[in-house]
Ligand binder design. Structure first.
Ligand code: PNS
Length: 164
């Protein structure tokens, strides 16, 4: 069984993330979308619980995808989940350097786990969670940047509490 991990912060999940999830789910038997729980990362906009909710909302038509979170080294988590593949999305050349470093580090730590890169859909090559957050911060429109269900979730949340 080909089990793959798609790791990230997903703060919040974007259309670019969903595109990679959909495409990766077609070429793996099981895909685990794994949210990094990083207590050192300053000021995430959404809690792990909310990010998990948002991801679950957008993957509910994909039978072989599940959402989880992890703490610590990605390769340790991959080994624990018996995953031999790490899926990463590549947007632009600017992503390459850090992704190259992470892939080689992960290979050094766990040679049996292979990192596979998927090129972003060109529609989303500019898109990141940070861009979405910045637009939201200044009241801009995030239509087409995040999945509809994520937009609704954020809208509901913003009604009840201040996100900034
Ligand atoms: O969405 P992001 O924030 O770009 O995702 C980064 C992530 C979670 C993939 C990366 O930070 C990660 O794998 N962190 C886990 C810690 C780890 O394993 N570090 C060693 C590789 S350099």
């Amino acid at each position: 069984m080909k089990i793959a991990i798609y790791p990230g912060s997903f703060d919040p999940p974007t259309m670019g993330h969903l595109d990679i999830i959909r495409r990766a789910s077609k070429i793996t038997d099981k895909l685990i979308v794994a949210i990094l729980y990083n207590p050192n990362k300053t000021n995430p906009m959404f809690s792990i619980k909310d990010r998990k909710k948002m991801l679950n909302l957008i993957i509910n038509d994909l039978d072989n995808v599940e959402v989880d979170f992890f703490e610590g080294l990605l390769v340790d988590y991959a080994v624990k989940k018996q995953a031999k593949i790490i899926v990463k999305g590549l947007r632009a050349i600017s992503d390459f350097e850090s992704e190259f470093q992470m892939a080689l580090t992960n290979r050094k730590l766990a040679p049996q786990v292979e990192t596979v890169f998927m090129m972003t859909n060109d529609k989303y090559s500019f898109l990141s969670s940070s861009v979405v957050k910045e637009i939201m911060e200044f009241g801009g429109c995030i239509d087409d940047l995040v999945p509809e269900k994520v937009k609704e979730f954020i809208g509901e949340k913003a009604k009840n509490e201040s996100l900034f």
